[in-house]
Design a binder for this molecule. Structure first.
Ligand SMILES: Nc1nc2c(ncn2[C@@H]2O[C@H](COP(=O)(O)OP(=O)(O)OP(=O)(O)O)[C@@H](O)[C@H]2O)c(=O)[nH]1
Ligand SMILES: [Mg+2]
Ligand SMILES: [Zn+2]
Length: 299
């Protein structure tokens, strides 16, 4: 039998370095530090903690339902844990990197986290080109929603609210797409910083430097998680052979390959190459497949 005191439960709502903000079931927020040297909790974690003066000590991290992370050559970066969905936010302007988008979707797929794409700034003329670039994603069954978070906020709210209700959604997207605008619109008391200032300074810096959990409603049933921008989205947690199964458009055609261990790069009787030839897999998606495959295979 354990003679430890019963520990409090909490939700990690922000993290920076070895500092975490833990929210108690009644909504209080406590600054906590992990016990010992290791600091392996992330936003979205359920933890057991113990008060220590005004602050707290995290004693234990509950098992996770899922964890979204990326792994570059040198480091692993966790985004958040226990997510109901990933929202990849892109915009008509600035132009998004399709490779980054694809990588985020692959990471979500490998963590079994449902994902959808929100395309912002539909008021700008560049929306048509952005919409076209997203066609392969809509065709492979990923929901793509178009909004103008700033130009038409009421319509955006009406569209997005039902998709976000009673869920914890991580918002990922390049700098300048409208993540902070989204959070300010849907989480009324969020102090998320909209990039007006950085825009005025024309500094182009990320205004979000820590991952942060925002409740959308006073009942605390729906949440948005804002996370810092990133330059690189490495997928080194994966084996090259896993990749086709994590890309729905390739996966579908890989069933037709003559060889079970087809890499879809040069083999005869390859269903993926045949589909590419027929235009059923887009050239950009295939290029991204090759790019990531080579990255993973060259280790
Ligand atoms: N035209 C147009 N501009 C928008 C829209 N939504 C947001 N913006 C603008 O886009 C810029 C970037 O918005 P933010 O919300 O700061 O973007 P962010 O993704 O948080 O950017 P970082 O914090 O740098 O990662 C701001 O100047 C917004 O006013 C929109 O619907 N239409
Ligand atoms: Mg921001
Ligand atoms: Zn093949």
């Amino acid at each position: 039998m354990s003679h430890h005191v019963e520990l409090d439960v909490g939700l990690v709502v922000a993290g920076h370095g070895r500092h975490y903000v833990v929210e108690t079931p009644d909504g209080a927020r406590v600054l906590c530090h992990p016990r010992g040297k290791k600091s392996d909790c992330v936003v979205g974690d359920r933890v057991r903690w113990q008060a220590s003066g005004d602050e707290g000590v995290i004693e234990h991290v509950e098992p996770r339902r899922n964890l979204l992370f990326r792994r570059d050559e040198w480091k692993t970066k966790s985004f958040a844990a226990n997510l109901d969905q990933l929202i990849v936010l892109v915009a008509a302007d600035p132009t998004f990197s399709e490779s980054q988008l694809a990588r985020a979707l692959i990471a979500a797929e490998s963590a079994s986290i449902p994902a959808r794409i929100v395309l912002n700034k539909s008021d700008l003329p560049a929306i048509a080109a952005a919409r076209d670039r997203l066609l392969p994603y809509a065709r492979m069954g990923i929901d793509v929603h178009e909004v103008a978070l700033k130009a038409a906020p009421d319509a955006a709210r009406a569209l997005l609210m039902p998709l976000l209700a009673r869920r914890a959604s991580l918002v990922l997207g390049p700098s300048g797409t409208g993540k902070s605008t989204l959070i300010n619109l849907l989480a009324p008391d969020a102090r998320a910083q909209v990039g007006e200032i950085s825009q005025a300074l024309n500094s182009g810096r990320h205004t979000t430097t820590t991952t942060q959990w925002y409740w959308m409603d006073p009942e605390r049933t729906s949440a948005l998680i804002d996370s810092p921008g990133f330059q690189e989205f490495g997928l080194r947690q994966l084996d090259a052979q896993q990749l086709p199964a994590l890309m729905p458009d390739l996966r579908e055609h890989a069933k037709a390959c003559r060889f079970y261990n087809c890499t879809h790069l040069h083999e005869p009787g390859c269903g993926v190459l045949a589909a590419l030839e027929r235009g059923e897999i887009s050239e950009s998606r295939y290029r991204i497949y090759r790019e990531i495959f080579e990255e993973l295979a060259s280790r």
